[in-house]
Structures are given as C-alpha cells and as structure tokens.
Design a protein. Structure first.
Length: 259
C-alpha cells in the first residue's frame, strides 16, 4: 500500500481545533474538576487509612502517589476516546471523512490529523490537571514540566491504538470490548492506585506490556522529581508503541474506507 502523507494533515487538526473552540467550556470542566474529586475521595479520604507508601526507596504519602497517576489516566482517556468514539462519529454518522476525501487530502493525512488531534487533547487536559494538582503542592518543579511533552507522546500512543480499533470495529457499541478488555485492566493494574509490586508475579510481568504502566512511571517520576536511568526505557517503549500502531492504524482505516 502506497502511503500518501504530507503536511496537509494540519488542516484536519485545524478543523478539529475550530470545533473544539466552540465547546471548550464543556471540555474544560472534566480535567478541572476530576482531579479535585479523586484527590478528595482517594487522596484525602483513603490516604488516612493507607498512610505512606514505599516508592523507589522513598516514603511518599498516598496522595503524592496517586496524583501523577491521575494525570496519566487523563492522557490515556482523552486520546483513546477521541480517536474511537469521536472519530467513529465523524467517520460513520457525520460523514466528515467522506467530505475530506472529496478534497485534495489523502486518507493517511486525515488519520494522521485525527491522531495528532487526540494527542493535542491529551496535552491540553494534562496541562489543566497539572495546574490544579500544583495548587496542592503535589508536583515538583521544574521536573513536573516534562509531563507536558510526555502527555503528547502518550496521546500519540493511545491515539494510535484507538484509531486501530476504530478501523476494525463494526459498530459504535462494539467499543465496549476494547474498553473492557484493554482500557479497564490498564486502569486498574498499571500501578495507578497501588504499586505493581503488590500484584502476583504473573500480573507484574503482564503489566510491563501495558503502555499505561510506562506512562504512569514516567509521570510519577517527573511529578516527584525522581529522575533515574530507567526512564529512558519507559519513554522508548511508548515511542516504539507509537511507531508500531501508527502505521497499523492507517492500514486498518485504509482497508475500511478505501474500496
């Protein structure tokens, strides 16, 4: 399959940004209030029961432990849901993709613009959450600023896998399967709400393959100001995940839309 890709994908990104600017107030609320709800329920309520956690040889409070994970989860959700439900609606119900294909744009450029837009939404939401969480003194600066480029990388990873599922699922209701079988296990078992070391050995080995595991480790290290050599491995895994699923996403969407 010949790949036709140029800088014109920015027009697709621009189109989605224009729509977003019309509804930004609604999109602004979840990343603003969600960390507050989680920090109140888990960070303050549950933290009194859990106490401190040993993380990388250091004692941190439970609220310090989960705050970075909340950012990582937001990065995953924003990119994944943008390139699954939102992209499917634009493709199937609104026929936006068909309209774009009637222009000089190639399908590869449309899909690239969609994925990069998903990563952009992850970056925006992560930036809002960082601002809120910083008010509680839970982010170490300047290291915490590294979460912003990380949010875009994580958004590209989850945006690519989300677009892959969009290319293979038959109906919008079928998205329940990848959410239940892929997103939910990562949400629970990627070191988000408790250390991975607390899991059985087989589950620890399985969690290594979850992209959210590496995203959580990076986000937590940056927010706590704990830099280590292993961070390069976590970043390399996310980059490799993008390099693998980005072309697969384009291939599956091409097979679905181009007859």
């Amino acid at each position: 399959m010949k790949v036709n890709l140029s800088g014109r994908f920015i027009r697709v990104w621009q189109r989605n940004l224009t729509v977003y600017r019309k509804i930004w107030k609604i999109s602004f609320i979840p990343p603003l209030l969600e960390p507050l709800f989680y920090l109140l329920a888990f960070g303050i309520g549950l933290s009194a029961l859990v106490g401190e956690i040993n993380y990388q040889g250091n004692q941190v409070t439970y609220i310090q432990f989960i705050a970075p994970a909340l950012i990582a989860i937001t990065i995953m959700y924003n990119a994944f849901f943008e390139t699954t439900y939102a992209s499917f609606v634009r493709m199937y119900y609104q026929r936006t993709f068909d309209a774009m294909l009637a222009t000089p744009l190639f399908l590869e450029e449309i899909i690239t613009g969609e994925i990069i837009w998903g990563a952009t939404k992850s970056l925006i939401s992560a930036g809002i959450m960082i601002g809120v969480i910083s008010l509680f003194g839970l982010i170490h600066y300047p290291h915490g600023l590294l979460v912003l480029p990380l949010a875009f990388l994580g958004g590209m990873a989850f945006g690519s896998i989300g677009m892959f599922f969009t290319g293979i699922i038959p109906t919008i209701e079928t998205f329940n399967l990848p959410i239940f079988l892929f997103i939910t296990p990562m949400f629970l078992f990627s070191g988000t709400f408790f250390p991975i070391e607390n899991l059985p050995l087989w589950a620890q080995k399985l969690s290594i393959f979850f992209p959210l595991t590496h995203l959580v480790k990076l986000t937590r290290s940056f927010c706590l100001g704990k830099m280590e050599s292993a961070l390069w491995w976590y970043a390399a895994y996310l980059l490799l995940f993008c390099l693998v699923f980005f072309p697969i996403a384009i291939f599956t969407m091409h097979r679905r839309l181009i007859k």
